[in-house]
Design a protein around this ligand. Sequence first.
Ligand SMILES: Nc1nc2c(ncn2[C@@H]2O[C@H](COP(=O)(O)OP(=O)(O)OP(=O)(O)O)[C@@H](O)[C@H]2O)c(=O)[nH]1
Ligand SMILES: [Mg+2]
Length: 348
Amino acid sequence: MLSKIFLLKRKNSHDLNRFDIYSYPEDIVGKGNKDIVSKIIYGHDHGSLIEPCGESINKLDRFNVINNSSNPFEISSPIPQIIGDQNIYTICINSEMLIGLVFEKEDNPFDYKEIFEDLLNELLNTEKSCSFDDEMEIENFLITLFIDIKRYGDEILEKVSETSFRPAGLFTKVFLFGIDEVGKSSLTRRLKTGQFNDNFFTPSKRFNIEYIQREDGLLSIWDMPGQALFRKKWLIGLQESNVIVYMIDIANQLRFEESKKEFWDIITRNGIKDTPLLILGNKVDLINNFNHDKKEPLERTEKEITEFFEFDKLANRKWEFLFSSVKTSYNLEKLINSIFALINLNNN
Ligand SMILES: Nc1nc2c(ncn2[C@@H]2O[C@H](COP(=O)(O)OP(=O)(O)OP(=O)(O)O)[C@@H](O)[C@H]2O)c(=O)[nH]1
Ligand SMILES: [Mg+2]
C-alpha cells in the first residue's frame, strides 16, 4: 500500500546538492535518515536495488526517457530502491526533479509502473495541471497523484472495497468546505488545540489537514481554502470523504447567494450522493440578541436559512443543521457527536 509521496526539486543550478523537498502526507526525512535524499538521488542514477554507500551525488541522469520532445515534461522510467526500511520508487522529470512513491515493505513497486508513468504523463503533458512554479501547485499535484495511485492499489491490486479498507469509526475523513472567512480554519484549530483568537485571520491557500483523536475514533479534517481562486481544488479534497461539513457565516447575509451557489455546485457531484452532510451556521455569537437559553429566535433564523439555501431539496441524503460559534465554543461538542452519529447512521 502506498504510504507517502514526495518531490525533490533542485534549489538552484549552481548548487547541485541542495534540494527542496515536498512530501505528503508525511515527511520522508525523519530524524535518523538525514542523508536519505542523497541516497535516493544516487540510487536513482545507478538504478540500484540496494542501499548505495557513501558516494557523492551525481547529476540527475537523462536516461530512459519515454516521451517525445513535443511534450513539455520528459518522464523517465521509475527506479525501485530499498533505503533503510523505506521501499521507494522514483521517476525523474525533465532531468531536474524526482517524484517518488514510498510503499510498505511487502509491496512490489513494479505493480505500479504503468499507472505511475501514465498518471504523470496525463497530469503533466495532457492536463498540464502543474508547472511546479509555486508550493500550492506542487502540493495539490502531489495530493492528486497520491490519491489516484493509492486508489489503484486498493481497488485494482488488492481488490479491497473502499469501505472495508477504511471502516468509519477507525478513520473518518471529514471534508470541511465553505466560502472564505466563514471560520473553517478557526474551527479546525479550536478542535485541535482548544484555542481561538479574534485577530487570527490567515486566509487558507492550501488544504489544511488535521488529525483529531476522539473517543469514538480518529477524525482527519480536510479544511479547504475558501477563496474563489482555490475553490476548484475542492474536488480533489472531496474524494473518499466519509462525511461532508459545510460552513456558513450566518452573520454575513450579503454573501448567502454566493455561498448557496458553491454549496449546490459541490453537493450535486457524482460519487458523494450518499455521503452524510453536516451544515454549520457559524458565528452565531454575532447575531443580535443571541442567547444560549432562548431557542425561539434561533429557530426562526434556522427556518429562514433553510428556505434560502433550499436545504429541503437535499431529499434522501442524511443531513443535519447546527448553529455554532467557534468563538464561544457553542455546539462544538455537539458538532463532533453529530459527525459520528451521521456516519453510524450511514453504516447501518
Ligand atoms: N465572531 C466570530 N468570529 C469567528 C468565528 N469563527 C471564526 N471567526 C473569525 O472569522 C475570521 C475568518 O476565520 P477563518 O477560520 O480564517 O476562516 P476560513 O473559513 O478558514 O477562511 P478561508 O481560509 O479564507 O477559507 C477570523 O477573523 C476568525 O477569528 C465565530 O464563531 N465567531
Ligand atoms: Mg481557512
